[in-house]
Design a protein around this ligand. Structure first.
Ligand code: CP
Length: 292
């Protein structure tokens, strides 16, 4: 593997290998140093993914260059393909790309010796988020096999939902989805749907998704959403005692999640953020040839 564009390209062995390696970083058992240059090319805002790739590169001894999209020659009409070719010619080894469009087909067909990592594309893919979610779950339960995982929220607009469905089912978890009709999506109707009030009683993992207002073309009643579909204080009391709560962030407090849930002992949202660094170290290492 020298690129990571689609979650489905990771088989169970690849996933285990990356999670095992990331866990060694978490436990402080290895500190390899690599050579190379990475470039973060982000056309959409990001805090966690952007900074965790920067920190991962720093810890691995890699040089990191931020590609400032608003000051690049893209504004002079240079195509994205030409831009990538230019970065390759400049000596960039890994291009890490986030874009609001689903550019995965373009990226998969792009001929380059540079590694490409998908840091979020459209509503379809966010493979490193799925990896860090899998690591967070595995740290808690030892394995993902047989776990009941409930994904609840704005599924229609969520690349995290789609990458997680691929990753978690591949690792043997039982995934169910919960969302109101307005956030349904016909491309994932093969995954069982459940009422949130039922699903929270037996879920081992509750993954809440952000309501992605910036992708909506209709104005929704978010108070109604919270009351009927969000993790309210009342649902927090009924959530399976042994469950953990995940959310990829950023969170909308009072919409998909109540404030109280952030301080609940079952909440692992900041653990997810921390796990972003070792996962991205393992992915960078793998893309640069450090792993099989
Ligand atoms: N989870 C996630 O992708 O967060 P950022 O948008 O802050 O990178």
């Amino acid at each position: 593997m020298n690129s990571l564009i689609l979650t489905e390209d990771l088989d169970a062995n690849h996933i285990e290998e990356i999670l095992n390696r990331a866990q060694l970083f978490v436990d402080g058992l290895i500190a390899p140093k690599l050579e190379g240059v990475i470039s973060n090319i982000f056309f959409e805002p990001s805090t966690r993914t952007f900074l965790s790739f920067q920190i991962a590169a720093y810890k691995l001894g890699l040089h990191s260059l931020e590609f400032v999209t608003d000051h690049s020659s893209l504004l002079k009409g240079e195509s994205f393909r030409s831009t990538l070719k230019t970065l390759e010619a400049l000596g960039v080894d890994v291009a890490i790309i986030r874009h609001k469009a689903d550019w995965t087909e373009l990226l998969c067909n792009f001929k380059t010796n540079m590694s490409i990592i998908n840091a979020g594309s459209g509503v379809k893919e966010h493979p490193t988020q799925a990896l860090l979610d899998a690591l967070t779950i595995r740290q808690e339960f030892g394995s993902l096999k047989g776990l009941n995982i409930l994904i609840a929220g704005d599924i229609r607009h969520s690349r995290v939902a789609r990458s997680n469905i691929t990753m978690l089912t591949r690792m043997g978890a039982k995934v169910e989805l919960s969302t109101p009709k307005m956030f349904y999506s016909s491309d994932i109707l093969n995954i069982p749907w459940v009422e949130i009030d039922k699903g929270i009683e037996y879920a081992d993992v509750l993954i809440l998704l952000r309501i992605q207002k910036e992708r909506h073309d209709t104005i929704y009643d978010f108070d109604f959403y919270h009351k009927n579909f969000g993790l309210t204080e009342e649902r927090l009391l009924r959530l399976n005692k042994g469950a953990i709560i995940l959310h990829p962030g950023p969170i909308n407090i009072g919409i998909e999640i109540c404030n109280k849930a952030l301080n609940d002992p079952r909440c692992r949202i900041l653990k997810q953020v921390s796990n972003g660094v070792p996962i991205r170290m393992a992915v960078l290492e793998k893309c640069l040839g450090g792993l099989s």
